[in-house]
Write a protein that binds this ligand. Structure first.
Ligand code: ADP
Ligand code: ZN
Length: 737
């Protein structure tokens, strides 16, 4: 009796099992609790595998106390711990910060920073050659070159590496091996990337560049967080200036992250970096092979990789010891991710630097209004480079008033622009015609009944693509062969293309310059990024006379022979009612015209517009960006728009219009009453139908120091729960508003 009463208590009690919070990559608001099995070691940051329902997922052990009431025996245990360094406290704080700011589930943010380390196959050993000394029986010039090289650089060469470096054929090398000059050794596999050296080949830095570099380097020497903005015209030497900051950080033994909006398309940047530092940075973007991703990720974590040049996703790489972030082209809209976690990598780079307590440098020829305000107010160190480096002059810019110089019937290029193109061709130089519109024509209609071709699932017109003989939706990718007859009235051959896309401009160019080598550069190029890189190289080499391109050619490229830039429709981005339209247009036009004349040749920019007196056009031709920014800043301040106020947008979508609208109304009704914050809408979203889903938008507008996140949270938790097909997308600091 007694024994049975106390029996259980007398048994040795099981070892207390620990409970830890684990972030899982799911859209849930909190970490889940898991038991740590006996003998398993985990700490905050450990990357683990855990069960969720019937699945196993990758998660990360998080900080924070656990609910005491949880019984570890009732919790599921962690399945395994991956053998990789835990996510650092700084990275965990960063993930928490991004999650709290963007109101995204922390697990979805953490997912961007972790990956399950895959087992890589061992790298194959590389066969190398070692110079043994001695002379061959017969000394040819080719053999001399090889031997000189081998004596000069006593490193194990690969057979082909040596042949290339000496400029000889492989048979020369093989001949020398036969003669016993070399023996074969096995080398360990090469590292992911070689180590950049801070003082490999540093250029002379003088004048304004010197002041700029000193300012930034001193912030690195001082240590700790500092934000700087390099504001300098295209070709002013901004890159060389921030390379000085990179060099100083490398000297201090820290890693560097350089963010670039189009890194996959700018291999020239990697080469330029190599010329300066003797080794390329590691690349990070969505176009890497899985194997390369794995290697770079490991190199970053272990510290083997010292410098990463990457797209916005590089921001979440868990560096071993990061000491500097550069955000080049900081104004670029590509830094905004609008998918799952909505974040602006430029802004989050500043946050990451603040948490890690190291400097961040933003760089642009046309800084965002936000960064300008921070520079002018002294929150950021502002360094300016107002002129191009060396004897390269900025292009001469002129407006073409399209009301006074109209194109010929059916065309889109003014006679003034065509004449300038002819002169450029005669000089054997290059022209770029810029039009930010893919395809042949943005709208197709029937001349007889007026039928317009519209996407069946989106509120957008179908865009004709003549190269592919298709009409396409640029929202959802829907496409169909270009019809011959109107589906409405059945009339044959009466479809008219309205307005130009790059393909249509190419047609017009070919008519006027049939012998010129012409290329259309847009994301429709068949063959993807690889092919685009080749085409960009061909342009840089001068194998092309006339480039007709979308913004794909606007960014970051250096085309030495390009001396004429023609903007086909400068007004295109101004008419969409977005308060940021003027800023964006100014940035885009400056960037595109900045492609011309980078090597000292006299260059021109011709800008076709129907609004020559528009402040953007005036700012572009006068080169006076100060007045333009002042005006933009004033207008934003008056309207309390960012950065003088805060904005968030909520897009509510559903399979029916009524569901979307009702839910949006419900959210609005649930908004708390807070002075200084107002909810606008709901109204139909700018694109009201996408992929068959109806969209309504609410805009939340608050004063600068209002607690936007608390407001949104309260609205979402008090409002109707999203049911059925309803989805709510939350965008804090939306790009367009
Ligand atoms: P940005 O980044 O402002 O467009 P870059 O740094 O690309 O300007 O410089 C423009 C050109 O001038 C490049 O070809 C670059 O190599 C050259 N350059 C800039 N600074 C120097 C320097 N200090 N010494 C030699 N060449 C320089
Ligand atoms: Zn569509």
């Amino acid at each position: 009796m007694m024994a049975s009463l106390f029996g259980d208590a007398l048994l040795p009690s099981p070892k207390p099992v620990r409970v830890v919070p684990v972030l899982v990559p799911l859209p849930v608001p909190v970490a889940y609790s898991y038991a740590v099995p006996e003998g398993m070691h985990v700490e905050p940051g450990s990357v683990v595998q855990v069960p969720v329902g019937p699945r196993q997922v990758i998660g990360v052990v998080w900080d924070g106390e656990n609910d005491e009431r949880l019984d570890p025996k009732k919790l599921r245990p962690i399945t395994l711990v991956f053998d990789c360094p835990p996510l650092s406290k700084d990275m965990r704080d960063f993930v928490d910060w991004v999650s709290a700011y963007t109101l995204s589930p922390p697990g979805l943010v953490a997912r961007m920073a972790i990956r399950a380390p895959a087992a890589l196959d061992p790298e194959p050993m590389v066969e190398g050659l070692r110079y043994l000394g001695g002379e061959p029986d017969r000394l040819t010039p080719a053999r001399t070159r090889v031997l000189d090289l081998a004596k000069e650089q006593d490193v194990p060469w690969t057979r082909s590496g040596m042949a290339n470096a000496a400029g000889v054929s492989l048979s020369v090398i093989d001949g020398l091996i036969k003669q016993g000059m070399f023996d074969t050794v096995f080398l360990p596999p090469p590292p992911v990337v070689a180590r950049p050296e801070p003082d490999y080949i540093a250029p002379r830095i003088e004048g304004p560049q010197k002041y700029a570099a000193e300012e930034i380097v001193s912030s690195i020497k001082a240590g700790g967080f500092a934000a700087s903005l390099i504001d300098g015209v295209t070709g002013s030497g901004k890159t060389e200036v921030y390379f000085e900051a990179v060099a100083e950080t490398l000297r201090r033994g820290k890693q560097v992250m350089i963010l670039l909006p189009e890194i996959a398309l700018t291999p020239a940047f990697l080469e330029r970096f190599e010329q300066r530092f003797g080794a390329k940075p590691a690349e990070w973007h969505s176009d890497l092979s899985p194997r390369m991703r794995e290697k770079v990720w490991r190199g970053v974590v272990t510290g083997e990789v010292r410098v990463v040049a990457g797209a916005r996703s590089a921001l979440f790489l868990p560096f071993e010891e990061l000491g500097l972030i550069i955000v080049d082209e900081e104004h670029d809209p590509a830094y905004k991710q609008e998918d799952r976690v909505f974040y602006n990598a430029r802004d989050m780079a500043v946050v990451r630097a603040r948490i890690g307590d190291f400097p961040v440098v933003l760089v642009s020829a046309t800084p965002s209004v936000e960064s300008q305000v921070n520079g002018l107010s002294g929150r950021y160190n502002l360094v300016q480079l107002p002129t191009r480096f060396g004897d390269a002059a900025l292009p001469d810019l002129h407006l073409i008033d399209m009301r006074r110089h109209p194109p010929e019937r059916g065309g889109f290029l003014s006679p003034l622009l065509l004449r300038a193109m002819a002169r450029t061709l005669e000089k054997k130089e290059q022209s770029l015609l810029f039009l930010n519109r893919r395809g042949y024509a943005p709208l197709t209609l029937c001349r007889v009944c007026g039928h317009r071709f519209q996407c069946p699932q989106c509120s957008s017109w179908l865009v004709e693509h003549r190269f592919r003989n298709q009409i396409q939706c640029h929202q959802c990718g829907y496409h169909q062969p270009t019809p011959e007859a109107c589906p409405e009235c059945g009339t044959l051959d009466h479809l008219v293309a309205c307005g130009p896309g790059v393909e249509r401009i190419a047609e017009e160019v070919e008519k006027h310059f049939p012998d010129a080598r012409t290329i259309v550069m847009s994301s429709d190029i068949l063959g993807g990024v690889k092919r685009m890189r080749l085409e960009l190289e061909a342009i840089a080499k001068g194998d092309v006379d006339i480039v007709i391109g979308t913004q794909l050619v606007a960014k970051g490229h250096n085309f030495p022979l390009m001396t004429l830039v023609g903007i086909v429709d400068a007004d295109l981005g101004l008419s969409n009612g977005d308060p940021r339209a003027a800023e964006r247009t100014f940035q885009l036009l400056s960037q595109v015209t900045g492609r011309a004349g980078r090597t000292g040749l006299k260059s021109h920019g011709l800008i076709q517009t129907f609004q020559p007196m528009h402040p953007v056009m005036q700012a572009i031709v006068s080169g006076d960006s100060t007045a333009f920014y002042e005006r933009e800043i004033n207008e934003r301040e008056k309207a309390l728009l960012p950065p003088f106020g805060r904005l968030a947008s909520l897009i509510v979508s559903a399979d029916t219009r009524a569901d979307a609208e009702n839910h949006a109304r419900g959210l609005r009704a649930a908004a708390p009453h807070v002075s200084g914050i107002a909810v606008l809408g709901p109204a139909e979203a700018p694109i009201a139908l996408v992929r068959g889903r109806y969209r309504f938008r609410l805009l939340v507008h608050g004063r600068r120091n209002s607690d936007m996140q608390a407001f949104l949270k309260s609205m979402l938790s008090n409002g109707p729960k999203a049911r059925g097909t309803v989805q709510v997308q939350l965008d804090v600091d939306p790009q367009s508003f």
